[in-house]
Design a protein around this ligand. Structure first.
Ligand code: M6P
Ligand code: ZN
Length: 190
């Protein structure tokens, strides 16, 4: 029997490995504008890796009903008192939902609906998060070790980063006296 080699989750690293896994590295210089404290950001090395994404795209982006999967690794760190986090996005096709699941480390998933109401869910190894359609999502690493989480999303969902770039999330996640706190984002309207 000729078995085809497929991508696989290597649990001990953990990583998504094999061909054709695509890897994306987001450094501070790529994501500096997502952090509230620009001064603190400017004092850090722009080459610092904030997060990496390993993805498998078995079908093309326009495949209705197709699925993509990936693992994201957010490094531990802060910009000022704000934890390292992903850019965050709505889906271009707004009703598209997604699953996230915690693999290693601890963090928070920020979920903001179209009325800009933001809530957060704790991420830990084994946690499962259903991200409904019409909901922007961003993850932050609140621990001292790498936060890795898996994701499964619809191939045609698309990433709308622009809405978040212009309007931000209504809440930001900061380290307040050693614990994560979801507080009002003073830089954007409610
Ligand atoms: C998850 C999925 C991906 C996303 C990645 C990083 O793996 O939701 O679609 O690209 O997280 O998040 P972002 O694109 O917001 O930086
Ligand atoms: Zn998504």
């Amino acid at each position: 029997m000729n078995a085809i080699a497929l991508p696989a989750i290597e649990f001990h690293t953990p990583q998504l490995i094999g061909k054709p896994v695509e890897k994306l590295v987001r450094k501070l210089r790529d994501v500096q504008e997502i952090f509230s404290n620009r001064k603190a950001c400017a004092s850090l090395d722009p080459e610092t890796v904030v997060y990496e994404v390993e993805s498998w795209f078995p079908v093309t982006e326009d495949t209705e009903g197709g699925l993509f999967t990936g693992i994201t690794h957010i490094l531990p760190g802060q910009v000022g008192n704000e934890y390292f986090m992903t850019k965050g996005h709505f889906h271009q096709i707004r009703n598209r939902s997604e699953y996230y699941f915690g693999i290693q480390g601890t963090g928070m998933l920020l979920l903001m609906d179209e009325d800009r109401v933001t809530r957060a869910e704790k991420m830990y190894p084994g946690s499962i998060h259903y991200i409904p359609g019409h909901t922007a999502h961003r993850t932050a690493n609140t621990g001292n070790t790498v936060l890795s989480f898996g994701a499964v999303w619809l191939a045609d969902a698309g990433h709308d980063y622009e809405t978040i770039r212009q309007q931000g999330f209504s809440r930001i996640l900061i380290n307040l006296h050693g614990a994560p706190a979801l507080v009002k984002n003073e830089q954007v309207p409610e």
